[in-house]
Design a protein around this ligand. Structure first.
Ligand SMILES: NC(=O)C1=CN([C@@H]2O[C@H](COP(=O)(O)OP(=O)(O)OC[C@H]3O[C@@H](n4cnc5c(N)ncnc54)[C@H](OP(=O)(O)O)[C@@H]3O)[C@@H](O)[C@H]2O)C=CC1
Ligand SMILES: O=C(O)C1=N[C@H](C(=O)O)C[C@H](O)C1
Length: 267
C-alpha cells in the first residue's frame, strides 16, 4: 500500500512516517508539507529521526495523490480544501484526521465523498471510537435525568479548543438525547450571574505540558455520577488507528466513512 502523508513534518506526521516505515505492507510514497516549510527537499525518514527513506518533502499534493493508493491528512484546517480537491481529482481515498474544522469544512468533506472515499476521524484510537458509541448509549438511556459535561486536556502546542474529540463526544451525547449540539453547547462559563441551562452540554479545556490527549464525559444525576474517561499515553495509538483506517479505506467506493466502519460497528 502506497501512502501519501499530508502534514508529514508535524508531530503526528513524523509518528506516522515511523510506523509506515516499520510496516512490511506499506511504504511512504509522498510526504506533503506547505510551500514555506523548512522541511521541503529534506529526506522524510531522516527528518523523522529514522533511517533515510529516499522520499523528500514536497508541497505538491496533486502529485502525492496521483502517486498514492491512499492519503492520510494530519495537517491544518487551512490545508483541507486543496487536499480534498487533489483526492477528488485523482480519485484517491483520503483519511482526514485534522481537527479544528469549521462548518464549511465539514460540508466540504461530505462533498468530496461524492468523488472518492473519505474517512473523517477527529480521533483514530480504538478507545475513543468505542467511547463515542458508549456516550451516545448512556445519554439516550439517561435522557434528561442527567447533566452532561465534557472535559479535555492536551499539550500546549495544540491550536484548536475544544478538541475535535470533545466536540465529537458532544455530538454523540446530544444525539443520544435527540438534541442538536449547536443548540445546547456551552463553550464559555466565565459569567457572574447566569442560571444553569438544563439540557445544556458544557465543554471545559485544559492545556498543559505534554499531555497527549485526555477526555472525560460526566453524566451527573441526582446522587450519582458516571464518568467515562479515555487517556492516550503515546501518539503511536493515533498513528496505528490512522494506518488501519487507510488500509480499510483503500479500495472502498466513493462515500463518507468513520472509524465505526473500520471496526465493523456501523450496523
Ligand atoms: N484524528 C486523530 O486521531 C488526531 C488528530 N490530530 C490532529 O491532527 C492535526 C495535526 O496535529 P499535530 O501533528 O499535533 O500538529 P503539528 O502542528 O505538529 O503538525 C501539522 C503539520 O502540518 C504542516 N502543514 C501546515 N500547512 C500545511 C499544508 N498546507 N500542507 C501540508 N502540511 C501543512 C505543519 O507545518 P508547520 O509546522 O511548518 O506549520 C505541521 O508540520 C491537528 O489538527 C490535530 O488536532 C492530532 C492527533 C490525533
Ligand atoms: O492535537 C492533538 O494532539 C489531538 N487532537 C485530536 C483532537 O483534537 O481531538 C485528537 C487527540 O486528542 C490529540
Amino acid at each position: 500500500m502506497k501512502i501519501a502523508i499530508i502534514g508529514a513534518s508535524g508531530r503526528m506526521g513524523r509518528q506516522l512516517v515511523e510506523l509506515v516505515a516499520e510496516s512490511t505492507d506499506a511504504q511512504v510514497c509522498a510526504a506533503v508539507t506547505h510551500k514555506a516549510s523548512p522541511a521541503l527537499g529534506q529526506d522524510v525518514g531522516l527528518y523523522s529521526g529514522i533511517a533515510e527513506l529516499g522520499v523528500t518533502f514536497t508541497d505538491d499534493v496533486q502529485a502525492a495523490a496521483k502517486a498514492a493508493d491512499v492519503m492520510i491528512d494530519f495537517s491544518l484546517p487551512a490545508a483541507l480544501a486543496d487536499n480534498l480537491i487533489a483526492a477528488g481529482q485523482q480519485q484517491t481515498p483520503i483519511v482526514v484526521c485534522t481537527t479544528g474544522l469549521n462548518q464549511q469544512q465539514h460540508a466540504d468533506l461530505k462533498a468530496a465523498a461524492g468523488r472518492t472515499a473519505v474517512l473523517y476521524a477527529a480521533n483514530t484510537s480504538l478507545g475513543v471510537t468505542l467511547l463515542l458509541n458508549l456516550v451516545r448509549t448512556a445519554s439516550q438511556a439517561l435522557g434528561n435525568r442527567c447533566d452532561i459535561e465534557i472535559l479535555e486536556a492536551h499539550h500546549t502546542a495544540k491550536r484548536d479548543a475544544p478538541s475535535g474529540t470533545a466536540l465529537a463526544l458532544g455530538e454523540a451525547a446530544a444525539a443520544g438525547r435527540g438534541q442538536r449540539l449547536s443548540e445546547v453547547a456551552e463553550y464559555q462559563r466565565n459569567h457572574n450571574d447566569t442560571a444553569y441551562q438544563p439540557g445544556s452540554i458544557g465543554f471545559a479545556t485544559l492545556r498543559a505540558g505534554d499531555i497527549v490527549g485526555e477526555h472525560t464525559v460526566y453524566l451527573v444525576a441526582g446522587g450519582e455520577r458516571l464518568e467515562l474517561t479515555h487517556r492516550v499515553a503515546s501518539r503511536k495509538t493515533f498513528a496505528e488507528g490512522a494506518y488501519n483506517a487507510a488500509a480499510w479505506l483503500k479500495g472502498q467506493k466513493a462515500g463518507f466513512y468513520s472509524m465505526n466502519h473500520v471496526l465493523g460497528l456501523d450496523a
